[in-house]
Design a protein around this ligand. Structure first.
Ligand SMILES: [Zn+2]
Length: 104
């Protein structure tokens, strides 16, 4: 993905947002991100999910899906708390960086 490093924080927050609402798995998240114009490969997303789990934002479990299995993620209480904090930061940043949105 282009500008991956720059946009990685957005992707993490997007993951956290959905993981706070409901369980998700990697392929679902890849498709969701694609709807928003982010082309993220499994090779990018899976390490990102693992990293977020390692940091305590997500927790996962293995679920059978036919003959294969998939890892299901959801946000932890720590992740939900971090998301709430990030929402304030996003709002604040949005006001500054998006033209025509200065509500000062
Ligand atoms: Zn979304």
């Amino acid at each position: 993905m282009e500008h991956q490093e720059l946009l990685a924080g957005f992707i993490r927050l997007h993951v956290l947002h959905h993981a706070a609402e409901r369980d998700l798995y990697g392929q679902w998240m890849i498709e969701e991100l694609a709807h928003h114009g982010y082309r993220v490969s499994p090779g990018t997303l899976y390490p990102l999910l693992h990293g977020m789990e390692r940091k305590g934002y997500l927790e996962s479990r293995i679920e059978r899906a036919g003959r294969s299995q998939r890892r299901i993620y959801k946000a932890t209480p720590y992740g939900i708390e971090a998301l709430a904090m990030a929402q304030d930061k996003i709002r604040e940043l949005f006001r500054e960086v998006v033209p025509g949105n200065s509500s000062t």
